[in-house]
Ligand binder design. Structure first.
Ligand code: NA7
Length: 547
């Protein structure tokens, strides 16, 4: 079946376009948008997806140990009671295969596949002002049009493979964790080099170490990590989740981060040293991202943060037996959680294995890749496989890899030359009728993603529904509203410790040449939701609407 042609929607739309809306991406975002726009608004929608299956992030990130750091009962859609009731997660933190099964279930359950064109990479999108249509071109050169274009391209989908000289000459195999081969990689007995110790690298190390002959972990920036304490969900836990769905939803949709827990309302500096250690030990024993919630000021007060950072460094030193390795792993240059805090299943413990060696790139940086392996300033490491756990060109990368042109042919790349400029993280001035799901300027990656996704999709769908009801055909963010919003996004970041992590991908610092701008909105999901709702209530204040 040719899914790319118009057909299964609500008939030929009156605007002259092929569809009412085109959505780029069939991950968590694109699939829910399709359901919302097609099944609840009655629009004709086409979703264009580069991969050969649905799932977005969870289609691509198949690396060893890949699992979500949000707890499974919170990492799912909440829009459908039936869906919530019929799906049962098996572990505290869902594995990549389980999430992908879930998303495929959603695709079938809501009959989404008939409006999703797989193997269809969008290469360009151009706004035709006279026709009030977005012309969307695929890599194969086909063009589709619709008045509304919604990017659901993911925050972490543009793989960042660093330009290390010599990679082309490497005689072994190399892989980026975000573009992992579907057939998997056999590490048995192999000499493996892994570059990168972010959340991905920290998940991958213990699993690769299980079968590799030897694993060298090339660390540039040392990182904190808190144990996940992952385990199968007990029948009691499953029952508790079933019986508390509404309470869980309430917490997730009213707090700052979309996770199913509240941040404790106490200062790390207002309790005794003994009490603080007791609370940190308790949080460590519980594990997970909730460690951040032990005190309310861990992300706003450096002295408060120091107490958590030092607790976690001491934990590394207590786990890792070789003092030299422990010192390199705990030599962390940023306050805890100012970079995305990883959680792990045996990461630091893996360095106690005979077949795992830490390589300190701060002491001796990588000079090049040779046909035999990786050469640092000090030594050459012969390798069969190199794993790049080197992250992503986050948030803006997936959008800028598409040639997006708005009014007067202005490119998005040009509009965002000095960093992303938009209003509410939803629309860019000069790019009418284009909405960006969970992009820069919205809480996105600072929030549990499905919560951010449902909020954005609902807001966009309500906006389009409202426009249609009033006979309006165009919506565009006003430049002055965007300028104010960019200031607000910066101010929100500045009121936290987040900008203190110099090497953070939140700041674009991991990609050479990328503007150093704190991209997500750090004012909290609850506040952001209230702002978006208020804007809608005031007839979309800050947007220009026209017939
Ligand atoms: P991250 O968090 O961006 O981590 C990438 C890691 O790769 C990090 O340790 C980087 O060191 C390292 N890196 C990147 N480029 C290089 C080069 N050129 N040389 C050496 N080391 C390098 O990506 P992840 O995939 O782990 O996680 C992304 C998000 O996915 C995560 O935060 C969750 O939200 C899910 P650096 O810190 O830049 O010095």
């Amino acid at each position: 079946m040719n899914h790319i042609a118009p057909g299964s929607g609500a008939g030929t739309p009156a605007h002259g376009g092929d569809f009412d809306a085109i959505v780029i991406g069939a991950g968590f975002s694109g699939m829910y948008l399709l359901h919302r726009l097609r099944d609840q608004l009655g629009l004709s929608v086409r979703v264009l997806e580069a991969a050969d299956g649905v799932g977005g992030t969870w289609h691509w990130n198949r690396y060893p140990g890949a699992r979500c750091d949000s707890e499974s009962h919170s990492y799912c859609y909440y829009f459908s009671k039936e869906l919530l009731e019929e799906w049962e997660w098996s572990e505290r933190y869902p594995t990549q295969p389980e999430i992908l099964r879930y998303l495929n279930h959603v695709a079938d359950r809501f009959d989404l596949r008939r409006d999703i064109a797989l193997n269809t990479r969008v290469s360009a999108a151009r706004f035709d002002e006279a026709a009030n249509l977005w012309q969307v071109t695929t890599a194969e050169g086909r063009t589709l049009s619709a008045p509304f274009l919604i990017t659901a391209v993911g925050c972490l989908s543009a793989a960042n493979v660093p330009k290390i000289p010599g990679l082309g000459d490497f005689a072994g195999q190399w892989y980026h964790t975000g573009e992992w081969p579907q057939e998997g990689v056999d590490f048995a007995g192999k000499r493996v080099g892994q570059i990168g110790t972010g959340s991905t690298g920290i998940q991958a190390v213990p699993v690769i170490a299980e079968t590799a002959g030897h694993l060298w972990v090339f660390q540039r920036t040392a990182n904190y990590s808190v144990p996940a304490h992952n385990a199968p969900l007990s029948p009691e836990a499953k029952r508790w989740i079933r019986e508390h769905r509404e309470d869980i939803r309430e917490v997730m949709t009213t707090n700052t981060n979309g996770h199913p827990f509240h941040i404790e309302d106490r200062s790390a500096l207002a309790v005794s040293e003994e009490e603080r250690q007791r609370l940190y030990e308790q949080a460590w024993a519980k594990g997970g991202l909730q460690f951040r919630a032990t005190f309310r000021d861990l992300l706003t007060d450096k002295a408060a943060n120091d107490t958590a950072s030092e607790f976690l460094r001491a934990k590394i030193r207590s786990i890792v037996k070789d003092p030299k390795t422990a010192a390199i792993l705990s030599n962390i240059d940023h306050p805890y959680a100012t970079k995305r805090p990883p959680i792990d299943s045996g990461y630091f413990e893996a360095f106690n294995r005979d077949n795992v060696t830490l390589v300190d790139l701060r002491a001796a940086p990588i000079e090049r890749i040779t046909p035999r392996g990786i050469k640092t300033k000090d030594a050459e490491y012969p390798l069969d496989i190199i794993v790049f756990a080197t992250g992503f060109d986050a948030l803006t990368g997936p959008l800028l890899r598409i040639d997006v042109r708005g009014r007067d042919g202005r490119t998005l790349r040009d509009a965002w030359e000095a960093g992303p400029v938009n209003y509410l993280g939803l629309q860019v001035p000069g790019f009418p009728n284009m909405f960006t799901m969970t992009g820069p300027g919205s809480p996105s990656v600072l929030c549990n993603m499905p919560v951010a996704i449902e909020q954005h999709a609902n807001w966009i769908a309500d906006c389009i529904a409202g426009m249609r009801a009033k006979g309006l055909r165009r919506i565009e963010a006003r430049p002055e509203a965007a300028q104010t919003w960019v200031r607000d996004v910066n101010a929100a970041a500045e009121s936290t410790l987040l900008p203190e992590a110099g090497s953070s991908w939140y700041l674009g610092a991991n990609v050479p040449g990328k503007p150093r701008v704190f991209m997500p909105y750090a004012g909290g999901m609850a506040q952001y939701r209230a702002i978006c709702d208020e804007v809608a209530r005031k007839d979309y204040e800050g947007f220009a609407l026209s017939a």
